[in-house]
Design a protein around this ligand. Structure first.
Ligand code: UT7
Length: 421
């Protein structure tokens, strides 16, 4: 599918803000060695992953998405109510309904945006970005918040060594804003190949196989993956999608300053570099610290790339992803906003952002027991243990009406001194 760079009316779209959020608790390869028959050596050699983040009991996909989103809005120098549309790409929504985007809208203090989720698995953020771009260039929205957020550690089988070592939790976001000035070269490529539909999937919980004691007993509420087939598709499609987006922007790979790929496996990323004849030094990699965070992977890496000085105004960048479906998506663009604006994110207080809780309903054991046991056995962790081990977080029984919702999650656009982690 091809999308034009600008509408016939000459309205352009550009990224005006970015932000991310990663939970504090870390699961290392050594932790996983205590849970399944694996080794640090195998995981590092085969994937490049050394550690991943795990959300605390009180955190959800929506809460992580809201913090990343509030940071992106602050970086853009906007107020939450400036946002016309909120898109949350996720395969791990808080609930089947309402949408995670609806919960994010309230949590960030927005009163006027439309909000919806985007389901394209690990390519979800790129699909959501393309949707935002289309809305803005069509004149349907002036500012769109695009979030990729995942809480994958609650959907993993911690007896399946082929999947549980790969994934982690986190969120990343951008704001896509309208501009009257040409945004520079821009190209988008999206593909879907249904023959891979059951290569990565989560069997139960949908209308084909609603959740039941039997589906749970069979472990059908966990992510399943045919690793080798997925690997083959990924290496083939990431390079071809990136190349298609680059050419649609009227560019060649040699014109690209930085590629921000989906962070699934460093060997896949190396194959993409080879396929594009592109040096690894110009490909951003942070999967060693986060693992595969699915739809959060590209925006988490993009925010880190910009905040760490890897992107400057005028740089041509590409972000590219692939995932279940099989889906893939790539965007080639020119970066046009001062990376120093990233410092504004530090004035967002994550603790002031609260997601509405249900009334008269209490969740149980949000952390998978095997994971909680490893965290607890490890001794002191960098977050309060009550927050990590199974059990009822203190605020979970507080009726929604009494949970404070910040009037504004976005600070005045003065530049604070600190770049957020
Ligand atoms: O976001 C999209 C989602 N997915 C991906 O991007 C994943 C794409 N696939 C991959 O990254 C790789 O296929 C994996 C990292 C998942 C697996 O690496 P691989 O080199 O393709 O290994 P394999 O599946 O071919 O397995 C090789 C061996 C097998 O043992 P045998 O049959 O040779 O005796 C596995 O049982 O490695 C074994 N194995 C492990 N050994 C130690 C599989 N997982 C593990 C493990 N620790 N965690």
């Amino acid at each position: 599918m091809t999308l034009p760079a600008a509408s016939p009316a000459g309205r352009w779209a550009r990224i005006s803000g970015w932000g991310s959020y990663a939970p504090k608790a870390i699961i290392t390869n050594a932790d996983l060695e205590r849970m399944v028959d694996t080794s640090d050596e195998w995981i590092v050699t085969r994937t490049g992953i050394r550690e991943r983040r795990v959300a605390a009991a009180h955190e959800t996909t929506a809460s992580m998405a809201a913090v990343a989103g509030a940071r992106a809005i602050a970086v853009a120098g906007l107020e939450p109510d400036d946002v016309d549309l909120i898109l949350v790409a996720t395969l791990t929504p808080d609930y089947w309904m309402p949408s995670t985007a609806a919960l994010v809208k309230e949590a960030i203090g927005n009163t006027r945006a439309a909000a919806m989720d985007v389901a394209a698995a690990c390519s979800g953020f790129v699909y959501a970005y393309a949707t935002a771009h289309a809305y803005v260039t069509a004149g349907l929205a002036r500012h769109v918040l695009v979030v990729g957020a995942e809480l994958l550690t609650r959907f993993l089988d911690y007896t399946d060594r082929s999947t549980c070592i790969l994934f982690g939790d986190g969120a990343g976001a951008v704001v896509v804003s309208a501009s009257d000035e040409p945004s520079g070269p821009h190209g988008i490529e999206l593909t879907t190949e249904p023959q891979g539909a059951y290569m990565i999937w989560l069997p139960a919980g949908g209308s084909k196989s609603p959740s039941s004691a039997e589906t749970v007993a069979r472990g059908e509420h966990f992510i399943r993956m045919e690793g080798r087939e997925t690997y083959r598709f990924a290496t083939k499609t990431l390079a071809s999608s990136a190349l298609a987006a680059i050419r649609r922007a009227g560019l060649e790979p040699g014109d690209i300053d930085l590629v921000v790929p989906h962070q699934a496996n460093v060997r896949i990323i190396e194959a993409v570099a080879k396929g594009l004849d592109f040096p690894m030094e110009r490909i951003f990699v942070n999967l060693d610290r986060y693992g595969n965070t699915s739809a959060a992977s590209v925006p988490l890496a993009l925010a880190e790339a910009v905040d760490s000085g890897r992107v400057k105004v005028g740089d041509r960048i590409v972000f590219v992803a692939f995932g279940a479906g099989f889906t893939s998506g790539a965007v080639a663009m020119e970066w046009s906003v001062d990376p120093a604006n990233g410092a504004r994110a530090a004035s967002v207080d994550p603790d002031a952002i609260r997601v509405r809780l249900p009334v008269d309903w209490n969740s149980v054991d949000p952390i998978p027991p095997a994971l909680a046991a490893v965290l607890a056995a490890r001794g002191p962790v960098d977050v309060p243990l009550d927050d990590v081990v199974p059990g009822e977080p203190a605020h979970a029984s507080v009726p929604a009406a009494s949970v404070p919702v910040p009037a504004s999650a976005s600070p005045a656009p003065a530049a604070p001194s600190e770049v957020p982690s």
